[in-house]
Unconditional design. Structure first.
Length: 407
């Protein structure tokens, strides 16, 4: 199979600039393992919000073992996993279609069909439900939700997830231009520079007293390193002669840097949340770990060890992940608002575990129902229009086009 992929890649790349090595990602390959990472990312965010967002009895989490509590409370790092995946998939699409006529038109049209219908549908519905948040939804419509604090606009709870969409849209706006004008070595150098510069900028922001949750965590120029790390992986797997040994070296390098950051930053509170070291480097720690795991999964795609990432459940969640991410927190708000009207505001009788299980079941089923309806009646009809903006090339569809970029 590798030989066939190599011959196919050579045929579509006669220049030899990115001829197919042992592990090269063929532009026609659908990597099912990436579905698993997407499912993990959205599950991390969902479970975090189920357990920590909105009202729960004071002792609702008292039963939870310390290690489990720490794991769930770090579910916000699922967004960083999304960023690495998006950087990988989008850079792969751009590199594989760079020589295609209508490069920009096809890319932006296809991204718009993937993102805008559901995104603006969510804005329209939520704007009716969150009264007094018109300024925020106006910013969200311009993909500036992550800069709401800079405009002095209050960020409502449920639609607060829009900030990460803004970060990715800013990436989509600028990155295609860089891919188009730069060679792969220059693009790799830029990506590495972004990976280094982003934590430096976060550290500077922390020293200047910027707000951790709404500024350092959300401003685009502080959050580009995960996307850039994904770009590095995409470039590496398209390099001539990229082998299993090279993949292991890349993964080991990421883990080594991760360990070094942890070791050097331990005494400065890098494992916390509010210290300067943590605000600068905590995202980098997570991204490097995620990046190493993704590299290894790509290296052993199709193997027994990576089967959990390819299972049907992971694919199902991944397929719905965009809508799940956009609506789940608003549905938690709805759940909390409706309970008192049903005479169920006091759930102490259920016990601490029961409160969380009830919320998870009700909100989980509602979220899946909304996501499935969205997929069937909104997203798929819009995605079918992508054929009108196909990349005009002899190549098959670029990697990632069969797997919509993560949110």
């Amino acid at each position: 199979m590798q030989r066939i992929d190599s011959e196919r890649s050579a045929a579509v790349n006669p220049s030899g600039l990115a001829s197919a090595p042992v592990l090269r990602l063929s532009s026609s390959t659908r990597v099912a393992e990436l579905d698993g990472f997407r499912a993990i990312a959205v599950s991390m965010v969902f479970i975090l919000h189920i357990c920590f967002a909105s009202k729960l009895p004071a002792d609702a989490l008292s039963w939870m073992p310390g290690l489990l509590f720490q794991f769930i409370s770090h579910g916000w790092l699922g967004v960083d996993l999304f960023f690495v995946l998006s950087g990988l998939l989008i850079t792969g699409i751009l590199l594989d279609s760079k020589e295609s006529p209508g490069f920009f038109q096809s890319f932006y049209a296809r991204r718009a069909l993937r993102i805008l219908p559901l995104y603006f549908a969510c804005i329209a519905v939520m704007a009716l439900c969150y009264r007094g948040a018109g300024d925020y939804f106006s910013l969200a419509s311009l993909f500036l939700a992550n800069f709401s604090s800079a405009f002095g606009v209050r960020q409502p709870h449920g639609p607060g997830v829009f900030w990460s969409l803004a970060v990715e849209e800013h990436f989509y706006l600028l990155w295609p231009i860089l891919v188009f004008v730069c060679g792969r070595r220059m693009l790799l150098a830029i990506s590495i520079a972004v990976i280094i510069a982003s934590p430096v900028l976060r550290g500077m922001g922390a020293l200047l007293g910027m707000e951790p949750e709404t500024q350092i965590y959300q401003y685009s120029f502080f959050r580009c390193d995960g996307l850039a790390l994904g770009a590095v992986i995409a470039i590496a797997f398209r390099a001539r002669g990229f082998s299993k040994t090279a993949a292991w070296k890349l993964a080991a390098s990421m883990l080594a840097v991760d360990i070094l950051i942890t070791a050097l930053g331990w005494r400065y509170g890098v494992m916390g949340r509010q210290t300067t070291a943590a605000l600068a480097l905590r995202y980098s720690q997570a991204q490097l770990l995620f990046g190493a795991l993704i590299v290894l999964a790509l290296t052993y795609r199709g193997a027994r060890a990576t089967w959990p990432l390819r299972c049907r459940a992971a694919g199902f969640i991944a397929e719905l992940s965009f809508c799940i991410y956009l609506v789940h927190l608003a549905l938690i708000d709805l759940y909390v608002a409706v309970l008192p009207r049903l005479g169920m505001s006091d759930l102490q009788a259920l016990g601490p575990v029961g409160c969380i299980v009830l919320r998870a079941c009700v909100v989980g089923m509602a979220t899946l129902a909304v996501a499935m309806l969205s997929r069937r009646y909104l997203e798929l009809p819009m995605l079918s229009l992508k054929t009108r903006f196909a990349y005009r090339s002899a190549r098959p569809a670029p990697l990632g086009e069969t797997i919509p970029a993560v949110r």
